[in-house]
Write a protein that binds this ligand. Structure first.
Ligand SMILES: [Zn+2]
Length: 323
């Protein structure tokens, strides 16, 4: 029986983008297998969420919600396409359009939240990004979601590059995922950070337990820990290392009235589906054990925002189960 109270919170956000994250690097050839397996992974994840009563927050790229060839809402009026059409191949529309995934999520027996991961995965601070461009992306995302009776309230910044918070708040968003307060971010240089992150996975320490804070009308729910894919250097990190660190962080969040904010991309899990899903199930078993003792509760990002701001401000209704 799920407890309704719970001191700590377990938040799980999923950057749901398929190929959209690769628009910035000019190709996605090395990820095609992962994209092909993503729908299977989403299905498996949803069954786990049902079994362990977990409410995920799925941050979906706006254009991914459109069916291939479906016209954009009239109000969108030419939002940037990030140039991806120049190099995408025929027959790969299912890497760019996935209204079926949105429907999969909405049919989960445990209500899930659908949030935003921008309209075309525009990254803050990169050439072409501006407050006006961001405003356009958010309005386009809300228009497409609105046509499906989905109200977007939570936001995950592409590449975790946070910016223009005032624009986000003005567009009715109440929360965003902030950067993890991990020591690895303070290590200089990309290579240095990568080595630090690799080392951190092997350390017998918990990831940061975070607190949600109201920043001028929008709630920052920082990440704790990224559930790592198994490609490249990450192949050398055993599944058990991810599981141990997550379980430690879950226990710490439960005992300290904090938040364990886990995040990943569904296609990351598709890099080694059975092993990575198996690892997640062990983490969810630990969640269930602590939840049964009344120590922690699975919450969507909007539910956490409501706790901080109050439902009147956050306007509740975070869950977009089919009605
Ligand atoms: Zn992304």
């Amino acid at each position: 029986m799920t407890q309704q109270g719970g001191n700590g919170s377990f938040v799980f956000s999923l950057d749901t983008e398929l190929a959209w994250g690769s628009v910035h690097q000019g190709g996605y050839a090395s990820h095609e297998g992962e994209f092909d397996r993503t729908r299977y992974v989403v299905e498996r994840l949803l069954r786990l969420f049902e079994r362990y009563e977990i409410r995920g927050t799925w941050a979906v790229v706006g254009k991914l919600m459109l069916a291939d060839g479906e016209p954009e809402p009239a109000s969108v009026n030419g939002a940037s396409h990030n140039g991806h059409f120049q190099w995408r191949s025929a027959g790969e529309d299912h890497f760019w359009h996935a209204p079926d995934i949105v429907e999969q999520i909405r049919s989960c027996a445990v209500p899930q939240e659908i949030g935003s991961h921008n309209y075309t995965h525009m990254i803050m601070g990169r050439p072409g990004s501006s407050p006006e461009g961001f405003d356009h992306e958010l309005k386009a995302s809300k228009a497409v979601a609105g046509e499906r009776d989905i109200e977007l309230k939570s936001f995950v910044y592409p590449r975790n590059e946070v910016g223009y918070l005032d624009v986000l708040a003005r567009n009715g968003f109440t929360s965003y995922r902030g950067v993890a307060p991990s020591w690895t971010w303070r290590v200089p240089g990309t290579i240095g950070k990568r080595i630090a992150r690799l080392a951190d996975h092997f350390m017998p320490t918990a990831a940061p337990v975070v607190q949600a804070t109201n920043e001028n009308g929008i709630v920052n729910i920082p990440a704790s820990y990224s559930y790592l894919h198994r490609t490249g250097w990450a192949k050398y990190v055993p599944i058990g290392a991810r599981v141990r660190k997550s379980m430690r962080t879950m226990r710490k969040a439960a005992s300290s009235v904090g938040i364990f904010h886990l995040w990943t991309h569904p296609f990351n899990i598709a890099s080694d589906p059975e092993n990575l899903l198996g690892g997640l199930e062990r983490i969810f078993q630990e969640y269930k054990r602590l939840n049964d003792s009344g120590l922690i509760q699975s919450r969507t990002m909007t539910e956490v925002a409501e706790q901080v701001m109050g439902p009147a401000v956050a306007k509740a209704e975070p869950i977009h189960a089919k009605s």
